[in-house]
Design a protein around this ligand. Sequence first.
Ligand code: AMP
Length: 175
Amino acid sequence: MQTTVADLERAIRNVPDFPKPGIQFKDITPVLADAKLFSVAIDLLTERFKPGSVDAVVGIDARGFIFAAAAAVKLQAGFIPVRKKGKLPYDTFEQDYALEYGHATVAIHTDALKPGSRVLLVDDLLATGGTSAAAVALVQKLGGVILEAGFLIELKFLNGREKLVGIPVRSLVAY
Ligand code: AMP
């Protein structure tokens, strides 16, 4: 039987009040644990691109790395991490973004991308869009051209895609 988006949706586990009260955490580990679901998720996230048509898949710390790395192998592209501040060892560019309370910072190596690189940006989940908008800013600072931002999950009611102006956004499962 063919595995579908509905199977992905069924496998994503909702964990109420994690990591704090009021948050409905979308746990993607059951998708990763199932070989077929994981591979279908990667097939869908990459289906608009032929191998060789993307230079780099940029993944966002930390669950985004899992999907982005697998997508990079499939597309015969490099994998570039956007990490939380203080984790990358070499010279970095940093980008601040607002959280509900306070702010956070993500970073990319200054030599991670050549200008003009064709980039697929990947994360597990699009919520308010702050994290991905910061990642977009870092990729663009290096001269990368984002072909698409792909997410396994989108929380539509948070309107995150409005922060990704001019970037085609793709999500597999929306709430
Ligand atoms: P945002 O910057 O608001 O779009 O948040 C996106 C980032 O936070 C992603 O890297 C997600 O992994 C994580 N995230 C936000 N909300 C949730 C949630 N409800 N369940 C799981 N992860 C989340």
